[in-house]
Design a protein around this ligand. Structure first.
Ligand code: HAM
Length: 403
């Protein structure tokens, strides 16, 4: 038997219902916020992710599904959605057009990680990207949107916030962090030693407990922000407070992708185990220019759908549509025609085999039909159909024309 690859799941039955319920809910909310759907390819040039997510990140450095295609192109399955949307934004010359452009997307992402609960190699994100708005109000709007989507699905969360500064305050901070790392170089892990030269900020995110204890004393960027970044961060916190969105400051929140500046945020669930980040995002004002577009401020987020699945509170399922069955072989053709007619307006399930009433009622209940309609010998003779309303428990016999 051939099984699916490790860390790659099928989504069907009850899971699929949850999955589509989430996407529909999030899509409706994204619409209310004025976002439009965008679909980008699953396969992109590897260079796109190297230049955006960054070569020093684990995602690009260790986790890409990368290969040379038959045309000798270096390509990879997208590990995330932002880079492709930015590429499309530039390719369609929307950066040159100016104005505000807001997109949402959902689809599969691929990261060759060590699979465990909540960590897959093929997983799905719902994400949004907003281009052209510099104001920190837009950062707050992103957070409100995640909060609304989670709220609509009955999911509780903790919101963590940080500011990663901008090109004014980040470089001097990076220098002081490097000096700090050098002061404890003998005690830190191999990975952090490497990070010191590739992307020193990453050390703050190290999972090694010795490193974590050491970095408690490291300089914090939010204490070294320039006045613009500081003002924006204060404003962001105030907007969230004014709107009843609780947050925690996490000075070690650096995100796993290199393109962020200023606001960075993660939504955490305490009910799903160690892979607890259910959404993450932030501002990435330099990325469009970095990918050869015209400098455009941007901010966005993505939610990990698989991590949300078990948390989603599904609405009560209502009985819906018709189940039509024959109690006589002669009636099967008629059942088929009735179903063809009914499906123009209602969900309709049928059975191709003649069975007794009890079996049909049981089958109608199983598919959660509102009405169970059957045609037997009597009904055939009288051109009628017997119908039971499975919600109100009432029964009637109707003329075929009025069914
Ligand atoms: P990210 O934090 O790498 O951000 O991923 C967003 C979410 O995807 C995570 O919070 C998590 O729920 C889910 N996720 C990530 N990796 C896995 C995995 N291996 N298995 C299951 N779920 C996973 C981004 O991808 C950015 N593009 C978000 C963004 C959009 N920033 C700005 N715009």
């Amino acid at each position: 038997m051939i099984s699916s690859l490790r860390g790659m799941n099928d989504i069907l039955s009850e899971d699929y219902e949850r999955f589509t319920y989430f996407i529909n809910t999030a899509t409706e909310i994204a619409g209310k916020y004025g976002f439009h759907f965008i679909e980008t390819p699953l396969l992109e040039e590897t260079a796109l992710f190297k230049r955006s997510v960054g070569e020093s990140s684990d995602i690009v450095g260790k986790e890409m599904y990368q290969f040379i295609d038959k045309g000798q192109n270096d390509v990879c399955l997208r590990p995330e959605g932002t880079a492709g949307v930015v590429r499309a934004f530039i390719q369609k010359k929307l950066d040159r057009a100016g104005g505000i452009h807001k997109f949402f997307y959902h689809g599969a992402m691929f990261r060759y990680e060590r699979p465990q609960k909540g960590r897959l190699r093929q997983f799905h994100q719902f994400g949004v990207e907003s281009f052209g708005v510099q104001s920190v109000y837009e950062d707050a709007t992103m957070i409100m949107m995640v909060s609304d989507i989670l709220g609509a699905c009955g999911i509780g969360y903790r919101l963590q916030l940080n500011s990663l500064g901008d090109s004014n305050c980040m470089p001097p901070y990076r220098d002081s962090l490097v000096s700090f790392i050098e002061s404890c170089e003998d005690e830190i892990c191999e990975d952090c030693l490497r990070r010191k030269s590739t992307n020193p900020i990453r050390v703050l995110d190290c999972k090694n407990s010795t490193c974590q204890a050491l970095y408690e004393n490291a300089p914090k960027l939010i204490h070294n922000l320039c006045s613009t970044c500081q003002d924006d961060f204060e404003k962001l916190k105030k907007i969230l407070q004014d709107n009843g969105i609780a947050y925690e400051i996490n000075t070690n929140l650096v995100r796993g992708l290199d393109y962020y500046s200023k606001s960075a945020f993660e939504f955490i669930s305490d009910n799903i185990g160690s892979q607890s980040a259910i959404a993450g995002g932030g501002r990435y004002d330099r990325l469009v220019e970095f990918l050869d577009g015209k400098a455009t401020p941007a901010v966005g987020f993505a939610m990990g759908i698989e991590r949300l699945m078990e948390l989603i509170q599904m609405p009560e399922v209502k009985r819906e549509g018709y189940y039509i069955g024959a109690m006589d072989d002669e009636a099967v053709d008629l059942v088929m025609s009735l179903a063809h007619r009914k499906r123009k307006t209602d969900k309709t399930t049928i059975d191709y085999k003649a069975r007794n009433l009890k079996s049909h009622l049981k089958a109608a209940d199983k598919v959660n039909a509102r009405y169970c309609a059957v045609i037997g010998e009597n009904e055939l003779e009288n051109n009628t159909v017997w119908v039971k309303d499975l919600e109100n428990k009432t029964e009637t016999t109707l003329k075929l024309e009025s069914f």
